[in-house]
Design a binder for this molecule. Structure first.
Ligand SMILES: [Zn+2]
Length: 468
């Protein structure tokens, strides 16, 4: 199947041709571990998860890296104000990050390198850039001279002709769209600040340098795909290219750059001052299910802006519930016996369409549309009541396949569905009482069950129950 992705470098959808389909090298910019990640960060992490899971579904083997930034201005300032070491501070927040990705069912990638473990590689990088006359020193820090690198701006298409000579950025982060020389090695400034004593002086690396150094060390040569949020395209990724291609001009770096768009909250940029800032934890505390958050984040196409609202979370919860309810119907009919699962090809067309949507630049909205079309057919067949085991197993196969992308479906009996014998007996007795028109007894049993937390609902299809 032809796989196409949109390459931010060429601004075109291109056929994906990894150097080795058995070892697809992917690098995704990861978190800076100093705080709870917000929902916008998770959009980017879910995007790289969708990419990873889709490639696996399409038959590739992936070798994926996500960096952990455990040194930067924010981390230094916070650890000084909390009077704890950088290591103590960042290990706490790294654990929070891993807990959060588990909550969202984001697959673990193969490597999670930490910036502080790559200081030697970064030092070598600066040596190489020095050799190639791309850096200069100023007040004890080392900067990259972007004027000296002729291809600067090719990814972001930024015009560097108007840049102020010698204008520099010391900070790790700058978002304004003006090009400036960026820091590779920062001289230590604050008392108590973490530093490394290297041949480039006492200091610490600039943020951009870590990704270039890690990619070099882990993959030795170039990679197939580099991902990140669109806010990283400039300057972070532009600077990564300048560093790697500046240091190793004759080597291949990144084949395809993929960026996911912004997440807006109620059509506005998320900010603490607007009061629309959501972390994963703050949403879970509001009793929002992680599966609804995951579904919402993966259901809109990664290259479109996602407008996050509580209504859209509600809708996502309904969608997840519709998929799970149909799956539960099948599982109930099969008495939760998954041992006869087989693929005799009856769902081939649907699965093929699902995969083709993903192969078309990760078109998740289309893939989800195919799933909902299929749900209609399956529910129609289940309503007819004459499905046999082999047909049910085919449907189950379909659900298992789509769950390799979704990751939130459950194939086990939910705990709340398991009723103890006493409750089952009471439901039976009430059914009998109703048939015998003994309404006093039937009402009494209903009340008794309510006290046990079981709500009964009479419907045309018979009595249904749910927990309070
Ligand atoms: Zn990066």
């Amino acid at each position: 199947m032809e796989v196409k992705f949109y390459n931010s470098y060429t601004n075109k959808k291109e056929i994906f041709k990894p150097l080795n389909p058995e070892n697809v090298k992917i690098y995704s910019c990861g978190p800076t571990v100093y705080n709870y990640a917000h929902i916008g960060n998770f959009r980017s992490f879910i995007f790289s998860d969708v990419l990873r899971r889709s490639l696996k579904l399409l038959g590739y083997k992936v070798n994926h890296t996500m960096n952990i930034t455990d040194i930067d201005d924010k981390i230094i300032n916070a650890s000084i104000s909390e009077k704890i070491s950088i290591e103590e501070f960042t290990s706490k927040w790294t654990k929070v990050f891993f807990d959060d990705i588990e909550t969202l069912n984001i697959e673990k990638v193969e490597q999670y390198p930490k910036a502080t473990e790559y200081i030697d590689e970064m030092t070598i990088f600066i040596d190489k850039l020095k050799e190639n006359n791309l850096v200069y020193e100023k007040d004890g820090s080392i900067y990259y001279s972007i004027k000296a690198y002729e291809n600067y701006g090719k990814l972001s298409k930024i015009d560097v002709s108007g840049m102020k000579a010698g204008a520099r950025y010391d900070s790790d982060e700058y978002t304004k769209e003006d090009a400036r020389d960026f820091v590779l090695w920062k001289q230590t400034k604050l008392d108590g600040e973490k530093f490394w004593d290297t041949k480039h002086g006492k200091g610490r690396p600039g943020w951009h340098l870590e990704c270039s150094a890690m990619i070099r060390k882990i993959y030795s040569s170039g990679i197939d795909i580099h991902t990140g949020g669109i806010d990283l395209l400039f300057p972070h990724h532009e600077n990564e290219i300048a560093q790697t291609c500046g240091a190793y001009p004759h080597e291949h770096f990144v084949n395809m750059w993929m960026h996911c768009e912004h997440l807006l909250v109620e059509k506005q940029k998320m900010s603490k001052s607007l009061g629309n800032f959501h972390t994963l934890r703050s949403l879970v505390e509001k009793n929002i299910k992680p599966s609804s958050i995951r579904f919402l984040l993966l259901s809109s196409h990664y290259r479109t802006k996602l407008n996050f609202t509580f209504q859209s979370l509600d809708d996502a919860e309904k969608s997840v519930s519709k998929i799970q309810t149909t799956l539960d119907r099948i599982l109930t009919c099969l008495n939760y016996d998954l041992s006869n699962l087989k693929d005799s090809g009856k769902m081939e067309e649907s699965i093929q369409n699902f995969l083709e949507s993903l192969a078309d630049d990760l078109n998740t909205p289309k893939a989800i549309g195919i799933v909902f079309d299929q749900l209609k057919t399956i529910n129609f067949r289940l309503d007819q009541g004459n499905t046999d085991k082999s047909e049910l197993n085919e449907y189950l196969f379909f659900f298992q396949k789509i769950n390799l992308l979704f990751g939130f479906l459950s194939f086990e009996k939910a705990k709340e569905e398991i009723l103890d014998d006493e409750v089952l007996k009471l439901i039976e007795e009430r059914n009998t009482a109703k048939k015998e028109k003994n309404f006093a007894l039937s009402d009494k049993i209903r009340k008794d069950l309510l006290e046990k937390g079981i709500i009964l609902e009479d419907s045309q299809a018979g009595v249904k129950w749910k927990r309070k």
